[in-house]
Design a protein around this ligand. Structure first.
Ligand code: UTP
Ligand code: MN
Length: 508
């Protein structure tokens, strides 16, 4: 039991106590909050508790040691207690989970972190009021809990912490623990959005999305300059191998994990392992070094010219937009993403195949895999919960980028890759071409601009706060039972009751 500061030992003569079963734990007095629990469940639980020898008071009083609530936020319970004129320091505020654990154990169990009702339930609330002191003055600053409510530019004053948290996120994901990965990513995103560098743990008090684990990592770095956990993760054989193997184009987590368990830890070992690789993996391995090199904006612009020319030649009047990280203003990226559409809906069908043939004839493609559009709009709304998977016609390819040389038939205007003797340099670059019907293009643009976390947060917001379902194809309102149209990204934000966030501020 966690001792209470001012616990009062109730008198055994309290009229509230169970009259029939002997009270086994006189130090513990429970009060079950009816709010959201409902009166019949409350009565049922009260009877159960008393049968097991717990003391339960019908009304709240100073003798209560544990206030038990279900589906309530800490703030709401506190507000309720205060409205009843009660001092909040006298009792533990715990979730129903503490009671069920205690009933199962047959005695009051220790209050664990997960049992506590926190000030605000961040998974429910959308804002967190934070007290900060600046120049001796305490001001209230609001940090929204969802990344899609915040503006996050490329300027990050807390890279020392975010690099650490993102490495732990990556490691968790490489171990198949996406939930933990996401928790670290959300924590890092909050730090990225802070306008100043964190120099003191007190600065983080009340910040949303920073769990105990993330806080420990930050504290370690503040105290010693490094996080021991991050350092040991970096040294770990599995982390290093999985990072290299999943870094190969065409290799997913499952394959990499199997290879690692078969003793393959690096590119050299894979090359000499005699493994059968699929077409994508063969290309990934063949161009591994090139594809590991970040792509510059200048290189992306060269690719943009080539793609634009090919698309216009095959389908005049098309719109080609550079999306992904480059649309967010990133100076470099791991691939180049393009969204293609045509104002006359239907004309865009099949354009990818033509564009790909053209690019192949021009010898621009080292690898390509085209998938057809498989999106089906159902009148009953999306069948499954909103997911990050989309169903557009799409081409995953590897371009042969020749810089510093005149291309035929289209002249290439930039020569960022020319070597010192003025010769052209060649390299492989990952390119994604996505085709959207015109009526879905705002959703496609929003979905393909990223960042990935920003997209996840948008979908989470839509689902949890708006009872809507957002994908890269459409927005469905579950309450109204209909799709909401949008011609621009601004309209989608408006449907979601969010302030518009421009691409440059989606760098969560
Ligand atoms: P990227 O993986 O290309 O990321 O996805 P990025 O932000 O451009 O960063 P780089 O490339 O590592 O520099 C771009 C966007 O496209 C969406 C992602 O959710 C992301 O928001 N996307 C990507 C999809 O919707 N579906 C996919 O299959 C791939
Ligand atoms: Mn990209």
């Amino acid at each position: 039991m966690v001792p209470l500061k001012r616990r009062k030992v109730p008198s055994s003569a309290s009229s509230d106590s169970s009259p029939d079963v002997a009270c086994k734990f006189p130090q513990v007095v429970l009060f079950l909050l009816e709010r959201k629990m409902g009166s019949s469940r409350r009565t049922f639980l009260t009877d159960l508790c008393r049968k097991k020898g717990f003391r339960v008071n019908e009304t709240f009083s100073e003798s209560v040691t544990h206030v038990i609530s279900e589906k309530n936020k800490g703030d709401d319970v506190r507000r309720w207690l205060r409205s009843q004129g009660h001092d909040l320091t006298i009792a533990h505020l715990v979730d129903i989970g503490w009671l069920t654990d205690s009933l199962r154990a047959g005695h009051p169990v220790d209050i664990l972190e997960g049992h506590k009702l926190h000030t605000t339930d961040y998974t429910q609330s959308t804002h967190k009021e934070q007290l900060t002191s600046s120049g001796g003055e305490v001001t209230t600053r609001s940090i929204p809990a969802y990344a899609c409510q915040r503006r996050t530019t490329l300027s990050n004053r807390n890279t020392i912490f975010t690099d650490a948290l993102l490495l732990l996120a990556e490691n968790a994901e490489l171990s198949g623990d996406d939930g933990r990965g996401l928790a670290f990513r959300r924590g890092a995103a909050v730090l990225k959005a802070l306008p100043e560098a964190v120099t003191d743990m007190r600065r983080l008090r009340g910040c949303p999305c920073l769990g105990e684990h993330s806080l420990r990592v930050i504290q370690d770095i503040l105290e010693t300059g490094v996080s021991r956990e991050v350092e040991s993760t970096k040294q770990s054989e599995r982390y290093q191998a999985m990072k290299v193997l999943t870094g190969i184009f065409g290799v997913g987590l499952k394959t990499a994990d199997q290879w690692f368990r078969d003793g393959i830890q690096n590119i050299h070992q894979l090359r000499h392992s005699g493994r059968t690789l699929n077409r994508a993996q063969q290309a990934g391995l063949a161009h591994y070094d090139d594809l590991m090199q970040p792509i510059t904006k200048a290189e992306a612009d060269v690719i943009a010219n080539i793609v634009e020319e090919a698309v216009q030649a095959e389908l005049p009047g098309s719109q080609v937009t550079l999306v992904g990280g480059f649309r967010r203003g990133n100076p470099s990226g791991h691939d180049v993403d393009f969204l293609i559409t045509h104002p006359q809906e239907g004309r865009e069908e099949g354009v990818i195949a033509k564009v790909v043939s053209r690019l192949e004839a021009q010898d621009f493609l080292l690898y390509q895999k085209t998938t057809r559009n498989s999106y089906m709009k159902s009148n009953d709304g999306p069948a499954r919960p909103a997911s990050s998977m989309d169903h557009f016609e799409r081409c995953l390819c590897i371009f042969r980028l020749t810089t510093g040389e005149q291309h035929e038939p289209k002249a290439c205007t930039q020569a960022p890759g020319e070597d010192s003797e003025g010769r052209a340099s060649k390299r492989a670059v990952r390119v994604d071409l996505v085709v959207s019907p015109f009526s879905q293009v705002a959703f496609a643009l929003l979905g393909w601009t990223g960042s990935k976390l920003f997209e996840r947060e948008l979908r989470r917001w839509a689902t949890r706060e708006k009872n809507m379902s957002l994908s890269s194809h459409a927005l469905y309102d579950n309450k109204q039972g209909r799709y909401l149209k949008a011609a621009t990204e601004e309209e989608i934000f408006a449907h979601l009751s969010l302030d518009y966030i421009p691409p440059s501020d989606r760098n969560t």
